[in-house]
Design a protein around this ligand. Structure first.
Ligand SMILES: Nc1ncnc2c1ncn2[C@@H]1O[C@H](COP(=O)(O)OP(=O)(O)OP(=O)(O)O)[C@@H](O)[C@H]1O
Length: 381
């Protein structure tokens, strides 16, 4: 497969043989540390070649799950199968170096006393690639990540982004069937993070490997994933495509963790087809209903920022598509393509409310609220 590098340095082409991604099946996995249940009956199936992102807050169990898949952590219950082989079960763990995987860590984890070339070559020590061919393979992959000239250097002579590229080269050099990423971008600044995210996505997809990637950054998760698993307190609470999680978050936690503008409590008035009318502080709105609720019940109402826009007074809307709420502008911030406002409204304090023009602090405004991106959750959610 021919690929063109997008990293720093001159563009070049390289031939990388595509590996074959492995199917990953995690079934009923639990792992406790003392009284802390880091993983509680976790199941997840990942198809060959997919990028699965584990998205969750700090302490939710993402790293423990990734380490269990890598064979660095044992499991108390359940199984982890990679392809045909069950590699983890209670009392039995196949070690990481016999799992045909590459790993990229947040802190790069490079050997400081080895050159860049030797760090990458280290991953080939157990492969069948003839020793005489290894140097060429290492240089090819270093070129692929934009570090063709950096082989003789030591890690402390490289920037953070370059060190992470070395780690990436080391992870892919042996063409593993599974790649694991433990928050690989969190030590990089915002601009570099976005570029490296694109490079990782391109490299992983070209390699053909299956990948599991953990992050607590929802925009990174949405940009990278074929499938997202949202992790909360040791459990996977929703699995789906980025689109399905965005449009149908299973719980208020998932909605909040995947980006909201604001929300409030309301009372459900009428039920429609997957939709409902809610009364929020005296204002009636059509919303998307998640789960079950009956008229008269209290519901959590949450709006994504994409649901909201400031509209001129007197705007007429189709209530089945958009509702209207009134609010007072608290703040206005210039965002290049327009302005984001913070507005106090009957739907609570809303952030990221867009308009092409700025509205002064303290002014009244009308906000249109898209039904498709505003959710009501019944009490059972
Ligand atoms: N070796 C350990 N000994 C004791 N407790 C642990 C150990 N490893 C993890 N834990 C606990 O298990 C829970 C899950 O931790 P884990 O590191 O998997 O979460 P995480 O979602 O990866 O968090 P972060 O994003 O902060 O890395 C936490 O409560 C953590 O304190």
């Amino acid at each position: 497969m021919t690929a063109v590098l997008a990293a720093s340095g001159a563009p070049a082409s390289f031939e990388l043989p595509a590996g074959t991604g492995v199917e990953v099946e995690i079934s009923g996995v639990s792992r406790s540390f003392g009284s802390v249940a880091a993983l509680d009956d976790v199941s997840l199936a990942i198809e060959p070649g997919q990028i699965a992102v584990l998205l969750g807050p700090s302490g939710s169990g993402k790293t423990t799950l990734l380490r269990a898949v890598a064979g660095i952590e044992t499991v108390d219950a359940g199984t982890i199968r990679l392809g045909e082989r069950v590699l983890s079960r209670r009392g039995s763990t196949t070690s990481a170096d016999r799992r045909d995987l590459g790993m990229v860590f947040q802190d790069y984890a490079l050997w400081p006393h080895m050159t860049v070339r030797d760090n990458v070559a280290f991953a080939l020590r157990r492969t069948r690639i003839p020793i005489a061919d290894r140097r060429a393979r290492v240089d090819e992959v270093l070129g692929r990540v934009g570090l063709g000239e950096h082989g003789p250097r030591y890690p402390n002579e490289l920037s953070g982004g370059q060190q992470q590229r070395v780690a990436l080269a080391r992870a892919i050099v042996a063409n593993p069937s599974l790649l694991l990423f433990d928050e690989p971008l969190s030590n990089l600044d915002a601009d570099l993070r976005e570029r490296m995210r694109v490079e990782i996505s391109t490299l992983v997809r070209e390699s053909g490997a299956t990948a599991i990637y953990i992050t607590h950054d929802q925009s990174e998760a949405f940009a990278l994933a074929d499938v997202i698993a949202v992790v909360e307190a040791g459990r996977i609470v929703q699995v789906g495509s980025p689109e399905s999680i965005f449009s149908h978050p299973a719980t208020p936690f998932v909605a909040r963790f995947t980006g909201i503008s604001g929300g409030s409590n309301g009372t459900l008035r009428h039920l429609g087809d997957g939709r409902a009318v809610v009364d929020v502080s005296g204002c009636e709105l059509w919303v998307t209903l998640i789960g079950q609720a009956m008229p008269g019940e209290r519901v959590d109402v949450i709006a994504r920022a994409t649901a909201l826009a400031i509209v001129p007074d007197g705007t007429r809307v189709d209530e089945a598509v958009h509702g209207l709420v009134e609010g007072t502008v608290i703040d206005s911030a210039y965002r290049g393509a327009g302005y984001d406002h913070v507005v106090e409204s009957s739907l609570g304090r809303l952030t990221g409310v867009r308009d092409a023009q700025s509205h002064p602090r303290g002014s009244r405004c009308m906000i249109s609220v898209a039904v498709a991106a505003t959710f009501a959750f019944g009490n059972n959610r």
